[in-house]
Design a protein around this ligand. Structure first.
Ligand SMILES: [Zn+2]
Length: 384
């Protein structure tokens, strides 16, 4: 009998150009890559049950260390049997390190060589995250994939990025040394802003530390798409082919195709569920916003080409009615559709790579869309 694959083995099933289709084995099941991970910030993908997520074919869910550390607390999650049991998600889970949220959400943060002191955005209480503390929290949470604690910067400040890359590397080594569990894959995070030479230094350094996977951080934070693509191409040349690559916090349909073209395997983004709560939906010809009066008498589904539960059952007119009546069902139905769109796109990309036709797939994909994925009308997307 065949031995079951070792956890965290990444097997490349097929590749075409720089695009890869693979399988990453985790203790809670395998991830068929490319894969899109819905975000469950507070151990909940907003407005959806785990049953919804299973039905739309989600495999990997992301939860946020910063939020769960502050509320309900990682020891409570551990006491309740860990994140899988607590949130009733049986499949693979990924947690971030808390770094990004500390740098973007917390009040009055102060960075030193050892870590970051910050005030909670919930009640103003003072906390401290260090590489060791981030790993301890992530071990309490118990995700399959965990992230090294890194310093997130603004992408254009070269001097700051140079210092942050050095610090990120020192912290990556401390994260490796702090681990106590062997059933979690710790990914290193490549930083360096929009500067190719810093990204090269960062990728080289982390590859020497031999992580089971690599994340590319500090992108989609204000730089242009061209700059993001250039950095992905730089990093792709250095990261080992037999380890998964995770592009953090990036995930419009266009980003998925562009990322896979540049060697990325794993994506996550709050955008699909955030758009849903602002009544916006992805379609094959760009985003639409269902609050718009033109949909009041529209019997068509959101997207005639979509096979999700929402599109198989409900009209644009009904969805617009729910939004007007402030019925919370609209958030669930739109989240199902938006997440299904990305999950299905990742499945189609994977199939196209396996069948060696991803280049024509990508050509067809971009033929029907505006370059940045927005429809001509305002899609009403606002920050959360
Ligand atoms: Zn749909």
């Amino acid at each position: 009998m065949d031995q079951p694959p070792a956890p965290f083995q990444y097997k490349l099933s097929a590749y075409q150009g720089r695009s890869r289709a693979g399988v990453f084995h985790t203790p809670h099941g395998e991830l068929q890559t490319p894969v899109f991970a819905p975000v469950g910030t507070q151990a909940s993908v907003k407005a959806l049950t785990p049953r919804h997520l299973e039905e739309i074919g989600a495999s990997l869910i992301l939860a946020n260390t910063y939020h769960l550390y502050l509320r309900p607390g990682d020891s409570l999650v551990a006491e309740m049997g860990g994140l899988h049991k607590f949130m009733q998600w049986p499949g693979p889970i990924l947690t971030d390190s808390g770094g990004f949220q500390v740098f973007s959400l917390a009040n009055q943060r102060k960075i030193d060589a050892e870590g970051v002191t910050f005030k909670s955005h919930i009640d103003g209480s003072t906390h401290r995250l260090t590489p060791e503390k981030s790993i301890a929290i992530q071990e309490n949470l118990g995700a399959d994939i965990i992230m090294a604690f890194d310093e997130c910067t603004s992408p254009y400040d070269r001097e700051y990025n140079r210092r942050a890359v050095d610090r990120t590397h020192a912290w990556a080594e401390r994260c490796l040394a702090a681990r106590r569990r062997s059933d979690q894959a710790l990914f290193g995070i490549v930083q360096g802003g929009v500067f190719p030479e810093l990204r090269r230094t960062s990728a080289d350094y982390l590859v020497d530390l031999d992580f089971p996977g690599y994340a590319i951080g500090g992108l989609s934070v204000g730089e242009t798409k061209e700059e993001m693509h250039a950095i992905l191409e730089v990093v792709d040349q250095i990261l080992p082919e037999d380890k998964p690559r995770y592009l953090m916090g990036v995930g419009t349909p266009e980003d998925l195709v562009n990322g896979v073209m540049r060697g990325v395997d794993i994506f996550d983004c709050v955008l699909p569920t955030r758009l849903a709560r602002h009544h916006a939906a992805f379609t094959h010809s760009g985003r639409i916003n269902l609050v718009n009066a033109i949909y009041a008498h529209d019997p068509a589904p959101i997207d005639a080409q979509c096979a999700c539960y929402t599109c198989l059952h409900f009209s644009r007119a009904y969805l617009r009615h729910l939004i007007a009546a402030k019925e919370i069902l609209s958030a669930s139905l739109l989240s199902i559709h938006n997440l299904y769109t990305l999950l299905e796109l990742a499945r189609q990309i994977r199939q196209a790579i396996i069948e060696n036709r991803f280049d024509t797939f990508a050509e067809d994909f971009f033929r029907t869309r505006t370059p940045d994925g927005s429809a001509s009308q305002d899609d009403g997307a606002k920050p959360e």
